[in-house]
Structures are given as C-alpha cells and as structure tokens.
Design a protein around this ligand. Structure first.
Ligand code: ATP
Length: 601
C-alpha cells in the first residue's frame, strides 16, 4: 500500500539523507578516503610488475643483470609488497570504520525514533498500523546499511582506482590510455541512458507492485469471508488481474533496461577491456607509436578498473532503496509531538477532580467529533458515558487520556491543564482499560508490571487476583512467566483481565474504562465486571458502556450524540425526564439501539 505513494522530490530525498547522515558524515568521508588511498596502494604493485617486466625484457637491459639493477629490482619488489599490504590494511580500516559508523547511526536512529515516538500523541498510534512503525524502525534502518556501510567506501575505492589508472596510464602513453579507458565512460553513458528509459515506467512498475500487494493482503485478510461467501473465484481473479497488469508494467520497465544493462556490464568485463587494449595495442605497435613491451602497463592496470566500477554500479542500484528508506525515517522523525509542559505542574492531589470545559475536537480539522463538552468528574464518583455508535464517546475518553489535545476548551486534573502535566505523572494518576488490548511480547508478569517495573511478584499477584485472572495465570504451565502467543493462549476476555491487572497495579486515582467488556463472553464479562467494580471502588471513574443496565448505578450518566451532550443526570433522573435515555431503556437498554421511524426511541 505504501508503495503506491508518489516518489518524493529529489530535494526532499537529499535533505532527508544529509539530515540523517549528519552525525557521521565527516567520518564516512574519512572511511572513503582510507578505502580510496588503500586502492591506489594495492594497484601500485601492478605498476611495479609492469616496470620489472619492462626492465627484464626491455632492449636496454635484456639479458644484463648488474649489481645495481638487482638491488633496484629487489627494492621495487619490496616496495610493491609493502604497498599491497598497506593498501589492504587501509581498505580494511576504511570498511571497518564504515561498518562501525553504520552500527552507530543505526543505534542513534532507533533511539531517536523511540524518543520521538515517546512524545507523539498516543492517538497517533491508533491511526497507524504497528507495521508502519516496524517498517521504519527495523526494515528502513537496516536498508540504510548499503548506504552507510558500503556506498561511501565503494565510491572511495572506485575513485582511487580511476584516479590511479588515469594518471598512471596517461603518463605511460596518452593514446593507449585513451583507448584503454574508453569502455568506462561508455559504460556510465549506457547505464544512465537505460536508467532514464526505464524510469519513465518506474511509477507504473511501483503501482503494479502495490496492486499485487493489496490483492494478496485482501485475499489473506479476508480469507474467511472469501471462503464463507463463496467468492474465492473473484478474489483469485483480482489477484490474477493484478499479476497480469504487473507483468505488462514489468515488461515495459525491464525491456529498455535489460539488454542495455547487459551490454553496459559486458563492456567493462576484464576480457573485453583486455581485448580492446590488445587490438589497439597491436595497431599502435604496427604503426610504430608504441613498443610491444610498453603495452604491459595497460594490460595489467586497465582491467583492474572493472571490479570497483562494477561494484559501484551495483551499489548505486541499492542506493535507490536506501534513499527511500532515509526519507521514511526522516518523516517519522518529523512527526509532530505533543507540546510538553511549559512549567512544572503543581503536585497533583491524590483525589483530584477531572474537569472538561467547552471542549471541541475534530480529527481532520474540519468535521467536529465533539463540540462544547462540559463535564466534571468529582473525586470518587462514577460517570457513565452512553450514546450511539460514532457519537464520540471513545474520542472523549482519549482526550481525557491526552491521546491528543482538544482543539478548543481545556481539560484539567486537580485544576491543572493536562497540557501542563508531565505524561509520566499524568499516567500515574489516570489509568485506563480500553477495548484495544495491547500486550507486549514478554511474560505475563512483565506485562502486568509494565507501568511499575519495580513491583514485587506479590504485588503483581495481588493485582491479578483483583482482576480475576490470577487463577487462570497459575494454571498455565509456566504461570506468570508464560509469554502470550508462545506458551499462553488467552481469550479476549482473559487478555482484558490482564490489562485490568496492569491498571490495578498502577493504582491510579482516576480510571477511564472504554467498553472494557467488549471482547468478553458472558462468563468473562461477569468476571470483568466484578474485577472492575472492586477496582473502581473509591476512585474517580469514567466508563463507556453500551448496556445501560451495567451503568445504571453510576453517579451520573452522560448521553452523547453527534458529539454533543444531549442528556445528563442519574439513572432515575434520566428516566423521570422521559427523554432519549428513557426511551432507550424501555427499548431494551442498549445505547447502540438505532432510533428509526419504525422503532422510535
Ligand atoms: P463506538 O461506540 O462505535 O465505539 P464512539 O461513540 O466511541 O463509537 P468514536 O470512536 O469516538 O465514537 O468516533 C467518533 C467519530 O470520530 C466517528 O465518526 C469516527 O469515525 C471518528 N473517528 C474515530 N477515530 C478516528 C480517527 N482516529 N481518525 C479519524 N476519525 C476518527
């Protein structure tokens, strides 16, 4: 799905890359310089060999070996070996440095993303699949590896090789240098032409790929619906269509690329380069421009350019993925955060009152989901929020938990605006149990103690007992050490009770419950209700419920519809008023009951 997003403008990509690499850029350049210098040194022995061969076979010294020339030959051999060893050491150092820097930037980025995500509104996560965060934190950071650990050193090596070969070969004979090096600029010319030709079809290629992904996800996610409604053929047809259209897009994308790339790569294979050097060398020798022995430097050095340049071409291909990954990471790092407290909040009273004043909120900045909500949760009281589906009940709960800030109005806890309360302090005071149960991949003990890692096993067990889940946990083979999904398979209601135990352990003064029994069957629902009423005792509670009989004893009941408070009072007051609540109660007691012409409420 994300593949379908249009490519970012080049300036944005460059900006994202330079931002990400800023902390290590200088050292990456140093790694590239080491690799480049190392490459020059490893190529110097080729010049040494060419020199020795010329000395040994050249007409001036042919068959003669003076003491001086012998010493000089040994000096050249020793120098060449030293250069080779030093060159290899420098290349290794460059590669090692680049990998260390890759390691450092990877850790730095993961930490930076974690720090950023810790400050984004909690509501941001509800709108995003965990897959999106995982993609950036894990896959994209890994993808950067080819850029940080390999690209710079490969460029360094290629530049070192090109620089050495050009200077050395031109110094030997400029005409032979020109023809020997000709395949390399031609290679880049062909590659850039081929890339340009196929990039016109890149978007169609990406869109085709995204269609296949969507068709697969749709098929797998909806497999039960697809099977039970007998529409297998249709789902498969969608997939087949997506594959067929991708095949066409792929042909258009690949046709100009494949043959041109194959020709370009063939151009810089050692055999072809040797063939060119030998052909032109023979011609130039025949023309009397060069001695046959003087071809040796070209035969030795020109083919040595092939490997680094081919490597550069392959790594440049990976660079495309790395830059796209860099852009996604940078976007994640730029996610807007909730403004932090501007001054230290006064110490919150343990029995603080929660007040919602003139609060309005919209998700998209246009359609109001909540308007002018005024509400006070007195300490130690239970407030129930009821209303039809989509009325804005959960949004109100999320605002109380500061998943996001209201567009207008304010929410205060003990007289202090939530915006002024540090999130750690806020969540110590306000606990919540939501419909959406999230457990981390850790033992049940660690999951319950998530908000209070210092809690003793005794305290954890006590919380689990209060949440009616202790018996179930100790019945598991590894008890509290069991990991959900590995050696503990718990039902929705049981997981809900684990999340209640987690809230219990925090012992918050205020408790927000959003349809905490939604995932439970009748038996579980009873257990959860028992747990919650024990837990809620003496606390300030806001509870969202669909069944009116579960909240009839609340201190106040708020009926919300279309984002506004329509009715407010106790069960008895609302019944006596004979309004919407009373009609819902008489119609069966479900706040979700639709009011229609045929079934007015
Ligand atoms: P239900 O009882 O069905 O859970 P609700 O009363 O809790 O409904 P909310 O979940 O608060 O209703 O939703 C109120 C409105 O806001 C709905 O129209 C819903 O589509 C919209 N909405 C909810 N969450 C989001 C979101 N993350 N982004 C955009 N719109 C949202």
């Amino acid at each position: 799905m994300s593949d379908a997003t249009p490519p970012a403008p080049p300036a944005a990509v460059e900006g994202a890359l330079s931002q990400l690499l800023k902390p290590i850029r200088g050292r990456l350049v140093a790694a590239a310089a080491l690799a480049g210098l190392g490459t020059v040194l490893t190529l110097l022995p080729l010049a040494g060999i060419a020199y020795l061969a010329t000395v040994a076979l050249g007409p001036a010294t042919f068959g003669l070996a003076t003491a001086d020339s012998t010493a000089w030959v040994w000096a050249v051999i020793a120098g060449s070996l030293a250069c080779l060893a030093l060159g290899m050491i420098l290349i290794s150092l460059g590669e090692m440095l680049a990998h260390l820097l890759d390691n450092r930037i990877t850790a730095h980025l993961r930490l930076a993303i974690t720090r950023r995500l810790a400050k984004v509104p909690l509501g941001w996560f509800t709108a995003r699949a965990s897959g999106e965060v995982k993609q950036a934190m894990q896959d994209d950071v890994d993808t950067l590896h080819s850029l940080t650990a390999h690209f710079y050193t490969t460029v360094g090596r290629a530049l070192g090789a090109v620089l050495f070969a050009t200077l050395y070969l031109f110094a030997m004979d400029w005409r032979m240098a020109l023809v020997s090096l000709l395949p390399f600029p031609l290679f880049f010319l062909f590659v850039s032409r081929a890339t340009r030709a196929s990039s016109a079809n890149m978007q169609a290629f990406g869109a085709g790929m995204a269609r296949i992904n969507n068709a697969v996800v749709e098929f797998v996610n909806g497999i039960t619906v697809v099977k039970s409604f007998g529409v297998e053929g249709k789902a498969q047809a969608n997939y087949r269509e997506a594959v067929d259209s991708f095949a066409l897009a792929f042909q258009d994308f690949a046709r100009p690329l494949v043959s041109a790339m194959a020709n370009a790569h063939a151009l810089i294979t050692p055999v072809v380069v040797l063939g060119i050097v030998l052909t032109f060398g023979t011609l130039f020798t025949w023309l009397g421009w060069i001695e046959a022995i003087d071809l040796l430097p070209f035969l030795l050095v020109a083919p040595s350019l092939c490997a680094p340049l081919l490597l550069l071409s392959y790594i440049t291909h990976d660079l495309h993925n790395a830059t796209a990954a860099a852009l996604r990471i940078q976007q994640l790092l730029n996610t807007p955060v909730l403004p932090g407290p501007t001054h230290a909040a006064s110490t919150l009273l343990p029995r603080a009152e929660l007040r919602v004043q003139n609060v309005s909120y919209s998700y998209d900045g246009e359609t109001p989901v909540l308007s002018d909500i005024d509400l006070t949760l007195e300490p130690g009281t239970v407030t129930a929020v009821v209303g039809p589906s989509g009325a804005g009940k959960s949004t109100l709960a999320r605002l109380l938990l500061r998943f996001f800030d209201p567009d207008a109005g304010s929410i205060t806890l003990g007289g202090v605006d939530l915006r002024q309360i540090d999130s750690v302090q806020l969540y110590r005071h306000v606990g919540f149990v939501l419909q959406d149960i999230r457990l981390i991949h850790a033992s049940l003990r660690e999951n319950i103690a998530l908000g209070r890692a210092s809690a003793s096993l005794e305290e954890i067990e006590q919380a689990a007992r209060l949440a009616n889940v202790h018996e179930r946990i100790i019945a598991l083979p590894r008890g509290y050490e069991s990991v959900v999904g590995e050696d503990a398979q718990l039902s929705g209601g049981e997981l809900q009770r684990v999340s209640i135990a987690r809230a219990v352990l925090l012992d918050p003064a205020v408790l927000v419950l959003d349809e905490a029994t939604a995932a439970a069957d009748a038996e579980n629902e009873m257990q959860i209700q028992q747990a919650l009423s024990r837990f809620a005792h003496g606390r300030t509670v806001l509870v969202i419920a669909h069944r009116l009989d579960t909240v009839m004893h609340a201190d106040q009941i708020i009926l919300i519809d279309h984002g506004r408070i329509q009715e407010q009072g106790t069960h008895a007051q609302l019944l006596a008023a004979g309004g919407r609540y009373a009609r819902l109660w008489q119609a069966g007691g479900y706040s979700h009951t639709e009011c229609t012409e045929h079934a007015p409420c």
